[in-house]
Write a protein of this length. Sequence first.
Length: 330
Amino acid sequence: MTAKIRSAAGLALPVVFVLIWSSGYLVGSIGAHAGPPLGLLAWRFVIAFAVLATISLATRAPWPSAPRTYLHLLAIGILLQTVQFATLYLALGMGVPAGLSSLILSACPLVVGAAAVPLFGERLAGAQWLGLALGLAGVGISLTEKLAGGGKLAGYALVALALAGFAAGTLYQKAAGLKVDLRTGTTVQLFGAMVTTIPLALLHGGMHLPLTFPALGSLVWLATVNSIGSFTLLFILLRMRGGGAATSLLYLVPPVTALLGVPILGQSVGWSVFAGMAVSGVGVVLVLRGGRRTQEERTTDEEDAARTAEPARSRARDVPVRHYARSANR
């Protein structure tokens, strides 16, 4: 029964992750038009930090003991939360199309997958590289009807910085190899995002949000479901799979966002969305299957090495015994 539950959870987690991550673009679009974008972001981090800190204290979750661990968590939180979202929100305010921003950020799996090879010694099979390429191609296909529009050069530079923050935070999270509780670890990361975003918000639009349902409703959703739920799922997937395999799911976010945008934002969807979803889906399957095979091969290699080493250890233990027996006979 336990194996079946784990198998079901392994299939459900990617689906839930894609849906929650996609909702961030939809709800964020609503909230960004209802009040100052960075003010919304700052309050999002304040509420998320307060909620998760309360949960951590109420459930007596273990806190990190080493000061160095706190420094790692703060740095990861600033990269994943502040750098990624603050620069993205500013770029959208400069006129960069949301679809194009989503496409650029969806290149994160390529960056993470390529960087993980020299940094962590991860082995990506040919099928996995093909899957990454198909995933990016699928995103491009699904957004072909949405990429028209301008935007200042500085805005595109900010989106590139958002991509760099996202990829760097993901790689840092994996490189640090922190064995911390997800509740307290994410709380520390949100604290780092909060204290760095509030000054940015005060310098750009202020912290005042209108007391309207779109502003407050989007704030509650972004603070709880996205800031806490989506990143918790991301960290779980990073522990279960390699960096490239986990983040490859982000290829499905733009087409899923486009589909959900029909009933929520009243946006239209063309044939390209469905074609892109199909191509991205094939790419994700190739990456995930390749990741499982790589892990199985690694486990098999470790087991073979252990079996090979065991007879050698046995012979080493037997040598003194045989030597003592020969000495006694003499």
